[in-house]
Design a protein around this ligand. Structure first.
Ligand SMILES: Nc1ncnc2c1ncn2[C@@H]1O[C@H](COP(=O)(O)OP(=O)(O)OP(=O)(O)O)[C@@H](O)[C@H]1O
Ligand SMILES: [Mg+2]
Length: 258
């Protein structure tokens, strides 16, 4: 396994669950996408979600932010039942940053204008705002794209912009929907370091899904695998990749993390 994650926190048992899904179900038309799923995400954990296309990973992010509501079951954030709390209250109350699978920026604004616009919404103090924007420009190597309209960026540059925007408000809970998609090899490694650095320095909780399973598993503490509307396994990267059900439904028999 790559050395991105130098250590994994072995036990989160003494810490509290920051997000809890309790028997959450959602159906679109006749299709049951999530069927009474349960899982806890602990404070400060880097939590991965894996599963085939269309299994419901982005739907889980939408349920956490409040973009959609479950048909049944409860979503608990920081001990509060937020199942019917609107998106605006959830994101501000719990400090949720969200990088969606697609878009996540203003298409007709330049990179710098995007950063300034979101910064103005989330950071009141002008000096703090400027220093955060400068920090993100450096972290995500956006210096050469500042004047370009977001719609004209390359796929990977767009992703970097969307991820940096999700970090402007110094979130306590960060949701990353396929952050590695479209990034080049060095940028993936840079993002892995940033994610692990956020956990180490600020103890923020990160929930991340991606189809780059190796890249994802080299920076998470715990991951779940979803299949056929259910969570079929939860554990450390080595536990889930040796799980027979996860192998037959998602990883295949030849997948290895190192
Ligand atoms: N608003 C909606 N209306 C109807 N169907 C929806 C809606 N949102 C999601 N779906 C369906 O729910 C299923 C799960 O979608 P979701 O986007 O959560 O999958 P995913 O696991 O993120 O997939 P991918 O890996 O391709 O991104 C899909 O079959 C999708 O078509
Ligand atoms: Mg998705």
């Amino acid at each position: 396994m790559s050395v991105i994650k130098k250590f994994r926190i072995k036990s989160f048992k003494k810490q509290h669950a920051v997000i809890s899904f309790q028997k959450v179900s959602i159906t679109f038309g006749k299709r049951i996408v999530l069927d009474e799923i349960n899982f806890n995400i602990n404070q400060g954990e880097i939590f991965g979600m894996l599963g085939p296309n269309g299994v419901g990973k982005s739907t889980i992010f939408n349920l956490i932010t409040g973009l959609i509501k479950p048909d049944s079951g409860k979503i608990i954030i920081e001990n509060s039942d937020v199942t019917s709390l609107p998106i605006s209250l959830r994101t501000t109350k719990f400090g949720i940053g969200y990088c969606p699978q697609y878009s996540g920026y203003f298409h007709n604004l330049s990179v710098l204008e995007n950063l300034k616009a979101v910064g103005e919404i989330l950071i009141k103090d002008e000096k703090d705002r400027k220093s955060k924007v400068d920090e993100l420009i450096g972290d995500f190597e956006l210096e050469n794209t500042l004047d370009l309209k977001a719609k004209n960026l390359s796929g990977g540059q767009k992703k970097k912009l969307a991820i940096s925007l999700s970090l402007i408000g110094n979130p306590k809970i960060l949701l990353l929907d396929e952050p590695f998609a479209a990034l080049d090899i060095l940028s993936i490694s840079n993002l892995q370091q940033i994610i692990v650095g956020l956990q180490t320095r600020s103890n923020i909780t990160v929930i991340v899904c991606d189809h780059q399973a190796r890249d994802l598993l080299s920076c998470v503490d715990i991951a779940i695998v979803l299949s056929n509307s259910k969570v079929i396994t939860k554990g450390t990267p080595s536990e889930i990749t040796s799980d027979e059900l996860a192998k037959s439904s998602y990883f295949g028999q030849k997948f290895k993390i190192n």
